[in-house]
Design a protein around this ligand. Structure first.
Ligand code: FAD
Length: 409
């Protein structure tokens, strides 16, 4: 394979000399991890990521609640480059799977033998009437960390005591299943300590959610009367919003918020649609052994953009899938069959700064999908002393330190 010098104009000059064998698009928990693992195998790897700094979502709910600052969420790519990855500071706009080429936003093209797409999510701005990009400036989603995270925090800080905060949560599947409820918990902590006459309403497009019994027991203990959860069956699904008046409309009525956090439905990042690897659901079906797309050969999809069974969309999952995919790509490039993997996920949530809960699962390929291994996972105990909750909060912090160090340091 060869890419002409002209074809990689604008990309680092090193690629004009020796084209990458693997191109990875997206430098998040999935893409950066996969690029590092492949570079560690000695392959020339190009990582296409336009942003110079990555802002991590895990723990961003703590920023919203005033418990930590954005600096603690922000990472550069120097460590990734030091690990031997060629960082191409561009966006990928198109893929030609037949010609095996990726087009960048400056018109340059990169050839590849194997392509890994890890673009994360796009918010679906067609799903809720009135909720478009402009509306998100008034009713932030804060589901991609960065300016939106800060905006939601500022709105909470500006709210009068006695105000109503409304969170609208989407139906499955979406990024970070326990995330809206961790956010509700930490905002409740902020309200309890700073604006105790305020209330928080969760309008939900589903009837059950991750770690529900643990969250609800903690809310009763820590935030009695502060949080109300409205399920789908009781009118929780938001169908329309009016950003001018901060109003959220459901099939059962409307709610006027002082601060509205609208988390809309999601789909795989746009480049996945452009590459033809996303199906009608908006997500990318994959082979659970190699993470190769079911729709385009030679293209692998990992992280939040991928769908293929029971694995939740988390940073932990993204990092594990990245390593499995890198091992599979290594085998495929050597003309061998990838080995059947087992994957793990653990999601911690903070209900208060010193109160953590978790859910864990083990997954393996079964009938073409990633199926949960029965009896191998579980959640924190429903009844546990405060010391156990405090330990889990410490484990959560340690997990974040470890994974971000592994991926970006
Ligand atoms: P991302 O992290 O979104 O990375 C995608 C990258 O691709 C981005 O850097 C983007 O700039 C880049 N990109 C996209 N398109 C292109 C393109 N065309 N060209 C070049 N680059 C492109 N997970 C946990 O495990 N634990 C937690 O406690 C946790 N808490 C969370 C809390 C919140 C509030 C939220 C919203 C999420 C949380 N998550 C958590 C989930 C976690 O953030 C995601 O699952 C994870 O970020 C997915 O990684 P990814 O690499 O697939 O996508």
């Amino acid at each position: 394979m060869a890419a002409s010098g002209a074809a990689v104009l604008g990309a680092p000059a090193v690629l004009a000399q020796a084209p990458a064998r693997v191109v990875v698009v997206g430098g998040g928990f999935a893409g950066a991890s996969c690029a590092r693992a492949l570079a560690g195998q000695g392959f020339a790897v190009a990582l296409v990521e336009a942003n110079a700094r990555y802002v991590a979502c895990p723990f961003s709910n703590g920023v919203i609640a005033g418990l930590r600052e954005m600096e603690a969420q922000t990472f550069g790519y120097a460590g990734v480059e030091k690990a031997g990855v060629i960082h191409v500071p561009r966006g990928a706009v198109a893929v030609d799977p037949q010609a095996k080429r990726v087009r960048l936003d400056d018109g340059a093209e990169l050839g590849y033998e194997r392509l890994v797409l890890a673009p994360g999510i796009d918010l679906n701005f067609d799903a809720i009437a009135g909720y478009d990009r402009a509306a998100a400036e008034l009713m932030p989603h804060a589901w991609k960390a960065g300016a939106q995270t800060v905006l939601l925090r500022r709105q909470l800080e500006a709210m009068e005591d006695g105000g109503l905060v409304v969170i609208s949560a989407p139906a499955n599947p979406f990024r970070c299943p326990p995330g809206p409820y961790e956010r509700a918990s930490l905002i409740a902590h902020y309200l309890k300590t700073r604006k105790p006459r305020s209330k928080l309403l969760i309008l939900d497009a589903k009837d059950a959610f991750s770690k529900q019994r643990l969250f609800e027991a903690a809310w009763t203990a820590l935030y009695p009367g502060l949080i109300e959860w409205v399920s789908l069956s009781f009118g929780g699904k938001v169908t329309e919003v009016d950003p001018a008046t901060h109003t959220l409309v459901t099939e059962f009525g409307s709610h006027k918020a002082d601060v509205a956090n609208v988390i809309p439905p999601q789909r795989a990042g746009a480049v996945a649609q452009a590459a033809g690897v996303a199906d009608a659901s908006g997500w990318c079906p994959i082979d659970p052994v190699s993470f190769e797309s079911r729709l385009q050969s030679g293209v692998h999809v990992i992280g939040d953009a991928a769908i293929g069974g029971a694995m939740p969309k988390s940073a932990f999952t993204a990092n594990g899938q990245a390593k499995v995919c890198a091992a599979a790509v290594t085998e495929l490039l050597a003309g061998r069959q990838p080995q059947t993997p087992k994957l793990i996920n653990t999601c911690y949530s903070l209900v208060a700064p010193d109160y953590g809960i978790s859910i864990a699962g083990v997954y393996r390929p079964k009938d073409g999908l990633l199926a949960e291994v029965d009896g191998a996972g579980g959640t924190s105990p429903l009844n546990a002393p405060a010391e156990v909750r405090a330990l889990e909060a410490a484990y959560a912090e340690a997990w974040f330190g470890t994974i971000t160090h592994q991926v970006f340091a």
